[in-house]
Design a protein around this ligand. Structure first.
Ligand code: NAP
Length: 270
């Protein structure tokens, strides 16, 4: 007698799942690109620092994972097939966590980092290794400072009582702030004309920025050049050694397409 064969169909394999660590324009672009392809599940993770982060394609999860172990657990539970760290170049901790969690779980990982800015003719840039070093350079460079290093980390400038600061961030900055600070709340992109007007209106004589790179906030650099202002540029933290790093969204798609579960989806095609 032959055994009865089961007529129950095998459950379909879930779609390949890509986790994007986000919070940048490039992460948003990558999510839109992946979510537009059929057969891929894409989740963007946000830290939750911005209260209205704007619409994102695909699924979104918000808040810390609880260190590299928490991220590793998430990757296992959610059956992630690939991890893309597309966080800001200065988001050092989450990038280190991503590399550790990927190694612990055997998840293929790539870091997307937009190129840094380059000084050109007419620029007066002063590199600094940290916010503290940037603060140390300021008194010799100017009296009225446009500080665009983000709303966290202003404490590094809080002791500079003799200088006037104008800061700009999406959300209100975290104290402590320097005593003489004007806070502007705004979200980029900012045009060169707007930035030039802002520098003139506030009679700024020195600009401080992180080397964030990208077009959305590069207008201030052109404006500073136009007005011949010195710019203190805080250098990026180093990337974890041995990490796979690419500089744009098409290069991420090429990397993902090399993975067995994603190779037939034509991710890097037109
Ligand atoms: P960070 O110092 O590298 O990370 C601190 C902690 O925040 C991490 O350990 C992690 O908590 C959580 N975290 C950070 N990014 C996360 C993400 N995308 N999803 C889930 N949890 C995340 O990060 P940060 O510099 O504060 O930046 C936070 C977010 O803002 C990032 O998404 C980044 O892309 C964006 N951003 C940062 C800057 C900047 O200048 N730093 C500028 C623009 C945008 P757990 O350890 O609990 O997982």
């Amino acid at each position: 007698m032959s055994r009865p064969t089961s007529s129950r169909p095998t459950p379909p394999r879930p779609a390949p799942h890509v986790l994007i660590l986000g919070g940048t324009t490039e992460a948003r672009r990558l999510a839109a690109d992946l979510a537009a392809r059929t057969g891929v599940r894409v989740t963007t993770s946000l830290a939750g620092r911005v209260t209205r982060p704007g619409a994102l394609a695909g699924e979104v999860r918000t808040g810390g994972f609880g260190g590299p172990e928490g991220l590793a657990a998430w990757l296992r539970e959610q059956h992630a097939d690939a991890l893309v760290d597309a966080t800001h170049p200065f988001a050092e901790t989450i990038t280190a966590n991503a590399v550790r969690a990927a190694a612990a779980t055997g998840t293929p990982a790539v870091i997307l980092r937009r190129p840094g800015w380059q000084a050109g003719p007419g620029d007066h840039w002063h590199p600094a290794a940290s916010l503290a070093e940037a603060a140390g350079l300021l008194p010799a460079l100017g009296r009225r400072v446009f500080l665009t290093t983000g709303r966290l980390g202003l404490a590094a400038f809080a002791h500079l009582s003799g200088l006037h600061f104008v800061t700009r961030s999406v959300e209100p900055p975290e104290p402590p702030l320097p005593p003489d600070t004007r806070v502007l709340l705004a979200r980029g992109p900012f045009t060169v004309a707007d930035e030039t007007a802002l520098l003139r209106d506030h009679r700024i004589d020195v600009l401080v920025t992180k080397d964030s790179g990208g077009a959305a906030t590069a207008g201030k650099l052109a404006a500073a050049r136009e007005l011949a202002l010195p710019v203190v540029v805080v250098r990026r933290p180093p990337l974890p050694p041995g990490a796979d790093v690419v500089s744009d969204v098409p290069a991420v798609l090429e990397r993902l397409e090399r993975l067995e579960r994603l190779e037939r989806l034509g991710l890097s095609g037109p």
